[in-house]
Design a protein around this ligand. Structure first.
Ligand SMILES: [Zn+2]
Length: 278
């Protein structure tokens, strides 16, 4: 049977002309087509921006630049402090204190002691996560949340006394360098290696990202994060960020936060909705 072309010979040149015009518009210098309506970035500009990111992340971004920018759009619209890089080389100011701390006592969350504090967004997400876990027979237990600079000072000194400086530095942050000072980090269960492999830990490991929580110090990443594996320590980053971490940074929170730290100002410049006063 002969193939019957549905496009008549008369309309074909118009279609080809249209395609050609589109191709020209996309490759024209000075007026490249943006990849996402909320960003001014063309594909080439995006490739320039990501040229120093680890190769496997670059490959993922090239494969799906629209989704990458969609998630970045959500992060840029949200709160910078949620994704602020705080590690051994990037401290918070001594006086830094989150403005919207709330007591976990006013939420349906099991805690190991009263009056633990978290930022409101993190507490709300935690409460939602606890409800969902409960439906599946897991009762989450929160053992530590917000810690002020002064409190972290006490914790750090105690750990140094107990374990010595070198061991202490693998598991306890110096004051100013703790994610707990952000009011978005949570320690679950026993805060020790015995937590690993428990039903609560396994549930969190597979489901926490859906609620915007991310494991900060995964196994085998000590060289990057500066801390040994802490199966109990999660940080609330928001759902766009945990999805970005999962799909483009292979579950590596440190790398994603470093990426955002390095490129934040540039990303704001190419984001149509960021306020320039930031
Ligand atoms: Zn912790």
């Amino acid at each position: 049977m002969k193939y019957r072309n549905s496009v008549s010979n008369a309309t074909l040149p118009y279609i080809l002309g249209g395609i050609l015009a589109l191709l020209c518009a996309c490759t024209q210098k000075g007026n490249p087509a943006p990849l996402h309506p909320h960003f001014t970035l063309s594909m080439n500009q995006l490739l320039d921006l990501i040229q120093n990111t680890p190769r496997e992340t670059g490959v993922k971004i090239k494969d799906n630049p629209q989704q990458f920018l969609e998630l970045l759009d959500g992060i840029l619209h949200s709160d910078r402090e949620l994704v602020l890089l705080v590690d051994k080389r990037h401290p918070l100011p001594k006086e830094y204190e989150p403005k919207d701390l709330v007591s976990l006592d006013s939420y349906e969350i099991r805690t190991s002691r009263p009056a633990l504090l978290l930022r409101k967004k993190a507490a709300q997400a935690l409460s939602q996560m606890a409800k969902e876990a409960k439906k599946e027979g897991i009762e989450l237990l929160v053992s530590s949340a917000y810690r002020s600079f002064q409190y972290q000072s006490t914790v750090y000194k105690r750990v140094v006394q107990e374990l010595g400086q070198e061991v202490a530095d693998r598991e306890s942050a110096k004051p100013g360098h703790s994610q707990h000072q952000l009011g978005t980090a949570v320690d679950f269960g026993s805060i020790s290696d015995s937590f690993t492999g428990t039903p609560m830990e396994r549930w969190l490991r597979t489901r926490a990202w859906e609620f915007g929580f991310s494991l900060s110090y995964p196994e085998g990443k000590e060289a990057e994060t500066g801390y040994r594996h802490e199966s109990w320590h999660y940080r609330f980053l928001g759902k766009d960020a945990t999805q970005l971490e999962r799909e483009f940074f292979f579950g590596n929170q440190q790398r994603m936060l470093e990426f955002l730290h390095i490129h934040w100002e540039t990303l704001q410049k190419v984001h149509r909705f960021s306020s320039s006063s930031h």
